[in-house]
Write a protein that binds this ligand. Structure first.
Ligand code: BES
Ligand code: ZN
Length: 607
């Protein structure tokens, strides 16, 4: 009977809330203004056979308002039991939402300071990708990784899945005894015989930074507080590729203050990982497609490292404020790369970014509200709406501010911004107030030049967007001209080109290329056999529309193994445009190799 009354009152509460919408983060059901989780003790077992995670999540809570209910986010979780101090508590799973999942409403007693949830993840939990041995480098052991950002943490543990709720955690994870488990926490370096691993994360983090990976993984030190984890087959290559990591960390600290997370390690995942990198604190996850062999794609590491300040320290309050995470991080990433490789190198990155931005604007529409830095993602899935706008428009705004007020002053401002707001959230309005009162209001003429609000609340690229010139790309443009005029490719002086020059080259070749042109280019530069995923991707985007046969097999191999969404979307779009049934056939074969976030983007396109 108790349970029935409780259930009805819960229903009533849910109904009230959807009417008034008191929640500031529309992508979480949790009500942290009433009861907030402050520490997690996670005790789970990873079951590869049944592809599920099960166990206990015990939260320490702070009840701010004497509320009798704790609300957590879940997505597909089976809840077995809820207790507090060993006594059971009533609970109720609210209505299902296809994007947000289900609220788990737990009845609290006045004295409750901790709550345990016994649960199990669903077979197709969205954050989890279970790989069979075939999908790994070593081909012998299965592999698991999580991807919690933006709102998928709730599919592998019950949590207040909102960037504004931070908690510390400890975890005990049981895995098959020939595998190593690692998390966004203090990590083991070696396997142990019983497959039982313990973790501790002393700095409070939001749920989207919760991460776990399990596999045949080895550790290699890179520097004083940096290292890399990878499958044994890839460890050597990974250690070579990321050898500059410690130097990056030193540069970053020098610019924006002490590193708050003790260690910065990298985990190289199998190629189905849907992103370039993910800034899980203490253990950045990366795609193996940045193992180019020549350290030419390491700006991804600089990027994820930069998130240790922008994002992990000062966190976007909601996904509408995503540019505060990514725009700042791209700016910071390019500053790190400038110190490491020189200004000409960083300018290439910025120009390629500008090209990405133009392409995104073309596809969204220059005047669409999704081109504002401040987004409105109400009712939508953030994972499908977060675009290059946050990254590149955000970057160009910060670059404009830097240029207008001067680098020295801007750096001073940023350092203060990170330290004053550390371990807190920031929303767009809060940032506008902060920069106005700490920087721009003192210099009204410069403030007028920047027109911050046009950038933040307006569409497209404002007219005062900084122009970037690159002497390196000028040389590439000349090479393209000579190709266009029919001159032999042997005379192109490209021996010292980096991937960035090649990317610019491939993107700017004449619009209409013939099969013969492609053959000539392929013979001269061997693009179809390139080991650099960025180049392959740019090359395939040129060969698909033309129907250049020799690239077809390499393209299919690429699509069968690589799950990085940034590559897959444009490639399948081009394929579909050319030959829908071929696109469909390839996708049907490859789909099982992709993570749910890539599958969701492509299902919409192809199925
Ligand atoms: N945090 C992002 C990845 C992300 C964003 C995951 C939104 C889920 C939702 C990460 O830092 C990132 O930006 N990755 C980029 C690489 C970067 C060098 C631009 C990527 O994956 O392409
Ligand atoms: Zn990022």
């Amino acid at each position: 009977m108790d349970k029935i009354i409780f259930t009805f009152s819960m229903l009533f509460l849910v109904a009230c809330h959807s009417e008034k919408d008191l929640r500031s983060d529309l992508h979480s059901f949790s009500e942290p203004h009433h009861v907030i989780t402050t520490h997690l003790d996670l005790n789970i077992e990873v079951d590869f056979e049944n592809e599920c995670i099960s166990g206990e999540a015990r939260y320490e809570i702070e009840n701010k308002t004497g509320h009798r209910q704790l609300t957590l986010d879940t997505h597909g979780l089976q809840i077995h039991k809820v207790t507090s101090n060993g006594e059971t508590r009533n609970y109720f799973l609210g209505q299902k939402d296809s994007i947000l999942g289900q609220p788990l409403l737990i009845e609290l007693q006045k004295e409750d300071e901790e709550v345990s949830i016994f649960y199990q993840s669903a077979a197709n939990a969205k954050a989890l990708q279970w790989l069979n041995p075939e999908q790994t480098a070593g081909k012998k052991h299965p592999f698991l990784f999580t991807q919690s950002q933006a709102i998928l943490a709730r599919s592998w543990l019950p949590c207040q899945d909102s960037p504004g709720v931070r908690f510390t955690y400890e975890a005990q994870v049981k895995v098959p005894n020939d595998l190593l488990a690692v998390m966004s926490a203090e990590n083991p370096r070696e396997k142990n015989i019983d497959g039982l691993y313990t973790f501790k994360m002393q700095q409070a983090i939001p749920a989207y930074l919760m991460a776990l990976s399990v596999g045949d993984i080895e550790f290699r030190e890179l520097g004083a507080n940096t290292g890399v984890y990878a499958e044994p087959k890839l460890i050597e290559q990974s250690a070579f590729e990321f050898a500059e990591t410690q130097e990056m960390l030193v540069i970053a600290q020098d610019m924006y203050g002490d590193y708050a997370w003790d260690r910065f390690d990298i985990l190289v995942l199998p190629p189905s990982f849907p992103y370039g990198g993910m800034e899980n604190p203490r253990l950045t996850f990366v795609t193996p497609t940045i193992l180019a062999g020549d350290r030419s794609l390491t700006s991804v590491i600089a990027h994820e490292l930069a998130h240790s300040w922008s994002g992990n320290l000062v966190t976007n309050k909601t996904w509408d404020d995503f540019w505060l995470n990514e725009g700042f991080t791209v700016y910071f990433e390019r500053r790190i790369m400038e110190r490491l490789e020189g200004i000409a190198y960083a300018d290439m990155l910025s120009l390629l970014g500008r090209q990405d931005l133009e392409r995104t604007l073309e596809s969204i529409g220059h005047s669409h509200s999704d081109t504002h830095l401040k987004l409105d993602l109400a009712g939508r899935n953030p994972d499908e709406c977060l675009t290059d706008i946050a990254y590149e428009k955000g970057f160009f705004l910060l670059r404009l501010i830097e240029q207008t007020i001067g680098r020295k002053q801007f750096d001073f401002f940023l350092k203060e911004y990170f330290s004053e707001n550390a371990f807190q959230v920031m929303d767009t309005e809060g940032f506008v107030d902060y920069i106005n009162s700490n920087l721009l209001n003192h210099q009204p003429k410069l403030k007028e030049k920047i027109r911050l609000e046009d950038w933040v609340y307006g569409p497209g690229i404002p007219e005062n967007c900084p122009a970037i010139k690159s002497s390196k790309f000028k040389a590439v443009d000349q090479a393209i001209q000579s190709f266009d005029r029919g001159y032999s490719l042997e005379h192109i002086d490209c021996n010292h080109w980096s991937s960035h020059e090649w990317l610019h080259f491939l993107r700017h070749l004449p619009k209409k290329l013939t099969k013969k042109d492609l053959k000539k280019l392929d013979l001269a530069f061997n693009f179809s056999k390139s080991g650099n995923a960025e180049l392959l991707n740019a090359w395939f985007l040129r060969t698909i529309p033309v129907g250049y046969k020799p690239a077809e097999k390499p393209l299919e191999d690429f699509l069968m193994t690589v799950g990085r969404r940034k590559f897959l979307k444009p490639l399948y779009e081009a394929l579909y445009l050319k030959d829908p049934s071929r696109a469909k056939r390839i996708y049907e074969n490859a789909r099982a190799n992709y993570h749910s976030v890539s599958q969701e983007a492509l299902d919409e396109l192809i199925l």
